[in-house]
Design a protein around this ligand. Structure first.
Ligand SMILES: [Zn+2]
Length: 281
């Protein structure tokens, strides 16, 4: 019977049958998996304090023959991150992270860097005062790990460097992000090139140093709308945690005018953005 020992982040848990719990885990060695914790409902001593969302575990997982589900044989608590549930803003951003990992990663698709990144985000959340820029950068960086990274420094049509001299450029999700003034169609959204460069720097900057981006509240809001359109076009999934996040951190209602691009069907693959050069949190 194959056995695995790996660190894991608890994403969600569900009651299963009369005495078990089904646990969604993002693991370091196996990627996202679902595993059955037998007896977890009947006896709290079996998995004491471990099967809570956001906890980091040292797990022992087995793959029983002919069974469709993995089994969580044992779990030792490594990091509880219990403070996240006591602050609504931190909790909302952590919920967004966990939802992306639970819904947008492939089962058994190993990505140890994404696992390390997720722990790093929880570390930052446990220590930082949450704000809307932090929420935006956590989402943007997480999705960049999954291959959804907008092109912000080069035109998605001709490849030229955009906005060297500042001014407005286009932003078109169907072209992968920024579009230069020559290639920009009349229907594309216009955006200051400096804002795109600042967000690109934000994706490359450690979360704790986001203050040096010096983005104003209207600029952050503008960036949120652009990225919402981008992710809606390329992923086609509305995150359930978004509304809670906006209410908690005072996000403005988003202009939901559908555009031709936003009506595109969901895609399963990533988009061709720039290769990541910075894997830090
Ligand atoms: Zn161009």
């Amino acid at each position: 019977m194959p056995e695995f020992r790996t660190r894991a982040l608890v994403l969600r848990t569900f009651d299963y049958g009369e005495s078990d719990r089904l646990v969604h885990l993002y693991t370091e060695a196996l990627g996202r998996v679902s595993a059955l914790a037998k007896g977890a409902r009947r006896s709290r001593r079996r998995f004491p304090g471990t099967l809570e969302t956001f906890t980091i575990l040292d797990t022992h997982i087995v793959e029983p023959p002919r069974a469709s589900l993995l089994r969580l044989e044992g779990a030792r608590l490594e990091r509880p991150f219990e403070g996240l549930v006591n602050d609504l803003g931190r909790y909302a951003i952590a919920c967004q992270l966990v939802e992306v990992l639970d819904r947008l990663t492939g089962e058994h698709e190993t990505n140890p860097e994404l696992f390390q990144f997720a722990i790093g985000v929880l570390d930052v959340l446990a220590a930082e005062v949450p704000d809307r820029l932090l929420a935006l950068l956590v989402l943007t960086k997480t999705l960049a790990h999954l291959g959804y990274r907008p092109q912000l420094l080069h035109c998605g049509v001709c490849g030229s460097v955009i906005g060297r001299s500042g001014g407005q450029v286009g932003f078109a999700p169907r072209h992968g992000g920024a579009v230069c003034r020559v290639c920009c169609g009349a229907e594309e959204a216009r955006v200051p090139a400096g804002l795109l460069r600042a967000v690109e720097e934000g994706i490359r900057t450690p979360l704790r140093e986001r203050g040096r981006l010096a983005l104003s509240v209207p600029e952050v809001r503008r960036a949120e709308l652009l990225f919402e359109r981008f992710f809606r076009f390329h992923i086609g999934v509305e995150l359930k945690s978004t509304a809670f996040l906006r209410n908690t951190l005072g996000f403005e209602p988003v202009d939901a005018d559908p555009t031709r691009e936003d009506a595109a069907p969901p895609r399963t693959g990533g988009v061709g953005g720039e290769p990541q050069t910075d894997r830090r949190v």
